[in-house]
Design a protein around this ligand. Structure first.
Ligand SMILES: NC(=O)c1ccc[n+]([C@@H]2O[C@H](COP(=O)([O-])OP(=O)(O)OC[C@H]3O[C@@H](n4cnc5c(N)ncnc54)[C@H](OP(=O)(O)O)[C@@H]3O)[C@@H](O)[C@H]2O)c1
Length: 215
């Protein structure tokens, strides 16, 4: 089997470790980082995400093909866009004014479009933001399972979308491609599939109207 692309998960809070564990189970080489010293997460990584490499964020990203942003949106401004240049970046973040505070740049429209404007050298794909961390692992199912759930993928770069749809599929969800990045708004808080896990037909029905108007 060909080696799967290397994955760097930025964020070791609630959802980052779950994404990392699922990716390791699927066979991806995975590094995980916070904004700080990897030594600080070495023990917890060994215990909670066995197989993941705790690294400095810059090193994890430099060696990765795919980077998952699993950090609070109000910390996004701390990231150097140059660090992420040339990478496929999964925006798993959501805008939560209650915890992020009011971020004017994210007040209107699709949060991933704002993320993508800042990361102009990266191929940004919105995915893995709409399922709660406590469900993401428990609801994962192998291909063909009758109760397999769907997960949305939206982006403007077809090769990047294909890579992330493949990731979503391999970690246990039917990927539903929503079209352009702007269509990823349906995955946001307040959107029709946020926080609910649906089978592919249910998901496609739920997003059909919004996605058509945004495609
Ligand atoms: N919780 C969920 O169920 C869920 C599900 C899907 C998506 N999301 C979205 O994912 C994002 C993270 O949510 P969460 O609940 O996992 O947050 P969280 O528990 O607060 O964890 C955030 C993590 O990000 C790290 N971090 C912050 N700034 C960083 C930086 N510049 N570089 C690298 N790491 C950094 C933090 O570590 P340090 O502070 O030590 O750097 C911490 O490990 C949010 O936007 C959320 O909406 C959450």
């Amino acid at each position: 089997m060909n080696q799967l692309p290397g994955l760097a998960v930025l964020g070791a809070g609630h959802v980052g470790p779950v994404i990392a564990r699922l990716a390791i189970k699927a066979g991806y080489p995975v590094a995980i980082a916070t904004s700080g010293d990897p030594e600080d997460i070495a023990l917890i990584t060994e215990l909670v995400i066995p197989g993941a490499q705790p690294r400095w964020a810059s090193d994890a990203v430099a060696d990765a093909d795919l980077v998952v942003l699993a950090i609070p949106l109000h910390r996004f401004g701390d990231l150097d866009p140059n660090l992420l240049s040339g990478k496929v970046v999964v925006d798993a973040m959501n805008y939560w004014p209650a915890s992020d505070g009011v971020l004017t740049a994210f007040e209107d429209g699709g949060s991933s479009q704002t993320v993508a404007r800042r990361l102009s050298g990266s191929a940004v794909v919105k995915a893995l933001n709409h399922i709660g961390y406590h469900e993401l692992e428990g609801q994962a199912r192998p291909v063909g399972a009758p109760d397999r759930r769907a997960a949305g993928v939206a982006g403007d770069d077809p090769a990047a979308v294909a890579a992330i749809a493949d990731l979503v599929d391999r970690i246990g969800y039917d990927p539903v491609r929503l079209g352009r990045l702007r269509a990823g708004r349906v995955l946001q808080p307040g959107g029709p599939v946020f926080g609910v896990t649906l089978t592919r037909p249910e998901f496609e029905r739920a997003v059909a109207e919004d996605a058509r108007s945004l495609a």
